[in-house]
Design a protein around this ligand. Sequence first.
Ligand code: IPE
Ligand code: IPE
Ligand code: MG
Ligand code: MG
Ligand code: MG
Length: 344
Amino acid sequence: MGTQTRRYDGFDGIKTFEAFDGFAMEARIDAADELRAMRDAVEERIAYWLSEGGARDDLLSAAMRAGALSSGKRMRPLLTMLVARDLGCVSPALVDVACAVELVHAASLILDDMPCMDNAQLRRGQPTVHVQFGEDVAILAAIALLSRAFGILAAAPDIPAAVRGRLVGKLSETIGAQGLVKGQFLDLHGKRATVDDIATTNELKTGVLLGVAVDMAAIIAQADDDVAASLRAFALAAGHAFQLRDDFQDVPGNDSAVTGKDTGKDVGKATLINTVGLDEARRRLAGHLADAERCLGAALGSRQRTRRFVEGLFGGAASSAASAAPSAPAAAAAYAPAPSYAPN
Ligand code: IPE
Ligand code: IPE
Ligand code: MG
Ligand code: MG
Ligand code: MG
């Protein structure tokens, strides 16, 4: 047999196989390959944006790269890209918009880990940014990542200026005192929180960033309003599930070599687990996953990219959520593999 070369055509879901006799056939791309290609594209593009200006060797740039390019799951940018692809959109702006969302997430993690916040030492299997670079540099790196995110959106290619303006506005609302910042404030200061208060905190500190990831995909793909609303409801439900699952990973006794971060940081905090107990929290997690699945179905019907990704992330369908909840590495073998943080 002669050799077979394979050409990969970006994100259009098609691979072209050129056999030795010149005959070309198209085949459905393997979903995991597509996901890997999307993740690579996001990471390469972030590396590009963070090396701009030639300031590659200073401590601030190094801290920004450490915060943004260490081995995260890239859940938010992948959601943007997968939802957009499920909506039939192939705009070249997508990867940049996805990068902007990931840079905001990276900045939020740097700040979340600071001594005045969660005082964490380990993130993604590495010392946290302030441990590596000092608190002053960490704060500045977070601010610089946030500003970079807005700059990237403002320059996104191939979309009208008015749409870019909408994206910038959405991101600003998501981060600010009505969004993520408020969520972090409530998380740190909401001592006698009720279950509803905790849900509000979780939605603001975690859900709204997933929300904006899908909102942006819907805006660029020019999705109908009802589709955009279902996508937003999906993302908020997934955000609740995701934060609950994260809280399960924090339970003392879990292995930091698996989770990549300190455990026991939520001790004494108003989390749902601390308020209603493990069993009820597990039940609620399953409920949020079922909601997410229903809303995703309403938005995207039988289109599979986003659905497979979410199932991979949570280690299976909503029905298995209860058993998946306490296990940190559940996603490891799935469609959306979590990075491994085990020491080399
Ligand atoms: C961690 O988010 C912060 C939470 C909202 C719970 P991720 O679990 O997505 O973190 P990385 O990006 O994969 O490290
Ligand atoms: C953080 O929630 C949400 C953010 C906005 C960063 P956590 O404080 O539980 O996130 P981890 O566990 O440190 O990743
Ligand atoms: Mg926190
Ligand atoms: Mg934290
Ligand atoms: Mg946590």
